[in-house]
Design a protein around this ligand. Structure first.
Ligand code: APR
Length: 230
């Protein structure tokens, strides 16, 4: 009889994709490509100037298509040889999937998909890097980026919280934990689980929460952890 595989749940933020050349959010002082969040990443921005919002995400989509997964993404995929691994990411890129991870939940949406402004259940892959005004769903309504904007609910949150509660080992990588409700997930980790954080900034985590801190970049930190875990 085989031993039951231990479950590793990993919560990732923009720091894991930094070494793939994608800027973390707070490093750019809250500005994305010179735009304020309020102008490009809210429902109000979409109503005010959909073209600006589409162009903004088109640029980011192009950059993500050209990026490649780094060794930290690959190491997480490698963990699947010995563990059941669930990735919960705040990132809208697809670098975990391209690295080979088989279970990836996106809390804040996926930049390579669009969805209908008429029915949010109608979600489509975007061919190429551009979504334009006039691109419509099968009901004839404008498509918008499949992104959770500031001020919108996170539809996958309850499922993510449930998954975090199943972790034997919980790993947090590259998130400042500034954005809720995602940041609240660390409180769903069960008491007996081991907790590890990989982030060059050790101050992001409350020291009373019992995390082991690996104060390194994702690539170096994951190389170390992979060696220990497999
Ligand atoms: N490896 C690991 N961590 C890194 C690296 C690296 N190479 N470089 C930076 N970091 C860490 C920073 O120290 C910081 O703690 O990554 C974290 C990045 O934090 P944020 O920029 O705040 O990004 P994130 O937490 O993912 O933001 C959450 O906010 O912008 C919105 O919706 C967007 O999903 C995003 C959410």
């Amino acid at each position: 009889m085989q031993n039951k595989l231990k479950t590793i749940v990993v919560l990732t933020g923009s720091g894991i994709s930094a070494e793939s050349g994608i800027n973390t959010f707070r490093k750019s002082n809250g500005l994305w490509e010179e735009h304020r969040i309020e102008d490009v990443a809210t429902p109000e921005a979409w109503h005010r100037n959909p073209n600006l919002v589409l162009e903004f995400y088109n640029k980011r989509r192009k950059q993500i298509i050209e990026a490649i997964p780094n060794a930290a993404h690959l190491a997480l995929a490698e963990l699947e040889k010995k563990y059941k691994v669930v990735i919960i990411t705040q990132n809208v890129d697809d670098l975990h999937e391209r690295a080979g991870s088989s279970s990836v939940m996106h809390l804040h949406g996926e930049i390579k998909k669009s969805r209908s402004t008429f029915d949010s259940n109608l979600v489509y892959p975007i061919e190429g890097w551009e979504l334009k005004l006039g691109d419509t769903c099968e009901m004839g309504s404008q498509l918008r980026p499949h992104i959770v904007w500031f001020g919108e609910a996170v539809p996958t949150y309850s499922e993510a919280e449930h998954r975090v509660g199943q972790a034997d080992i919980f790993i947090l990588i590259g998130s400042s934990l500034n954005v809720y409700p995602a940041a609240g997930l660390i409180h769903a980790v069960k008491e007996q689980a081991s907790r590890i954080v990989i982030d060059p900034d050790a101050n992001i985590i409350d020291p009373t929460l019992g995390f082991r801190i690996i104060a390194e970049n994702a690539v170096a930190g994951m190389a170390k952890l992979l060696q220990e875990l497999v």
